[in-house]
Ligand binder design. Structure first.
Ligand SMILES: Cc1cc2nc3c(=O)[nH]c(=O)nc-3n(C[C@H](O)[C@H](O)[C@H](O)COP(=O)(O)O)c2cc1C
Length: 382
């Protein structure tokens, strides 16, 4: 047997309604390069097309479900019908290479700034607690504005916003959507008791704190049907000042409840990464969240957070996950599946170009073969 036929990472997988040729997924990576009207830009279409692979899944970066859900200027919107065309172009670029595309949908909640909000209003949060996070405005990260407690009527509006965003994603010809309930954005803010101090039906008990996410998930599944919706969670993630007094009980309950929804997958971020930063020496940390949830969640588990080729193989072999997402390396290696499959060298990522900017370090990374050809041509000229 060749080494390739022994790999789990490059083996096929039936994901809901989709047939994947390999198990390496590009996770959502917000790059803040949308057009000023929040529609996806031409360079985004190019960027995603470059990263598509035959039978590979790309989860497009977080798109906001409403104007109030924007925490970072430059993130795409999916809150009006005029946004559909841009997502259609991204879907086409990914499909043209035989890939599949899900859109991640988000409300950033308290992670925002009054200057990003309609009429300069305060950002929305489960509770008006003080929080020292950062929004992105005029090309830089700035401290968030104090948030105000969202009302129950507004919660129901957000559920409807998610439903309509899911519908737009469907009209754009995407293959599914992922609900962002991780990394300290609105749905995660409700889940965890460090940020949710409510005393109504959406706060207090675990059942109450999970209510919002489950209502959103049901609304989105009502649009897409079985096997087309993913949910992303980050148990014990600390990014955006998240904390919970009993994460095992909380996320165990969430996973158990999601069993009933016939999702495409549950996407789990291992706590060894906090948002976009790996904790020191964390690559060596054991995967804990996927292992724990594997015992509870009955469907497909997609694991993310600090994986490389070896640890991706390892978690797939151990059976603790079915699919693995590798994020930062996808920014600088558009052909990451090919590179990992063939053992080609990897480009380092350019953190200075992660958020906002131009084509530089965005669409100018080449596939390995093209890179090698350029180097050869340079050698010939010398
Ligand atoms: C530039 C950048 C943008 C990100 N944007 C998102 C996002 O839009 N939605 C999300 O759920 N996670 C986002 N993340 C987190 C990644 O999806 C992923 O979980 C994280 O990078 C850890 O995986 P890695 O160690 O393979 O990079 C982002 C991370 C980075 C570095």
């Amino acid at each position: 047997m060749s080494s390739q036929s022994q790999t789990k990472l490059f083996s096929q997988y039936h994901l809901g309604q989709i047939h994947l040729e390999h198990r390496l997924v590009m996770p959502p990576l917000t790059r803040l390069r949308s057009n000023p009207d929040d529609s996806p830009s031409d360079m985004m279409v190019t960027h995603y097309g470059q990263r598509a692979s035959k039978g590979g899944l790309i989860i497009i970066e977080a798109a906001t479900v409403s104007k109030k859900g924007i925490g970072y200027q430059g993130m795409p919107g999916i809150y009006e019908d005029r946004h559909i065309a841009g997502f259609e172009r991204i879907a086409d670029a990914i499909h043209a290479k035989g890939g599949f595309a899900f859109a991640q949908i988000i409300h950033t909640g308290r992670t925002s700034h009054v200057d990003l909000q309609p009429n300069g209003e305060s950002p929305l949060a489960p509770s008006a607690t003080s929080y020292h996070g950062h929004a992105f405005l005029n090309g830089e990260f700035v401290p968030v504005s104090p948030a105000r407690e969202i009302t129950v009527a507004e919660i129901l509006e957000v559920v409807e916003d998610f439903r309509q965003a899911a519908l737009r994603a469907r009209l754009a010809g995407l293959d599914g959507v992922e609900i962002h309930s991780a990394n300290g954005y609105l749905l995660d803010q409700f889940l965890q008791d460090g940020s949710n101090h409510r005393t109504d039906a959406y706060g207090g008990s675990i059942e109450n704190r999970a209510r919002f996410l489950l209502e959103v998930a049901k609304a989105v599944v009502s649009v897409w049907g079985p096997g087309r919706v993913g949910v992303r969670i980050g148990p014990s993630g600390t990014f955006n000042e998240m904390s919970d007094s009993n994460p095992e009980a909380l996320f165990g309950y969430v996973a158990e409840q999601l069993n009933g929804l016939d999702l495409a997958y549950l996407h789990v971020i291992e706590p060894r990464v906090a948002g976009d930063v790996t904790r020191e020496n964390a690559e060596a940390d054991e995967v804990v969240a996927s292992k724990f949830l594997r015992g509870i969640y009955k469907g497909t588990l997609l694991a993310a957070g600090g994986f490389n080729r070896e640890s991706a193989e390892e978690i797939l072999r151990s059976g603790d996950a079915d699919l693995v997402a590798i994020g930062r390396l996808f920014t600088s290696n558009p052909d990451l599946p090919e590179r990992l499959k063939n053992g080609y060298p990897l480009n380092d990522y350019d953190r200075s170009a992660f958020w906002g900017g131009t084509e530089r370090s965005y669409t100018d990374f080449l596939p390995y073969q093209a890179e090698a050809a350029v180097t050869e041509a340079e050698l010939v000229t010398v």
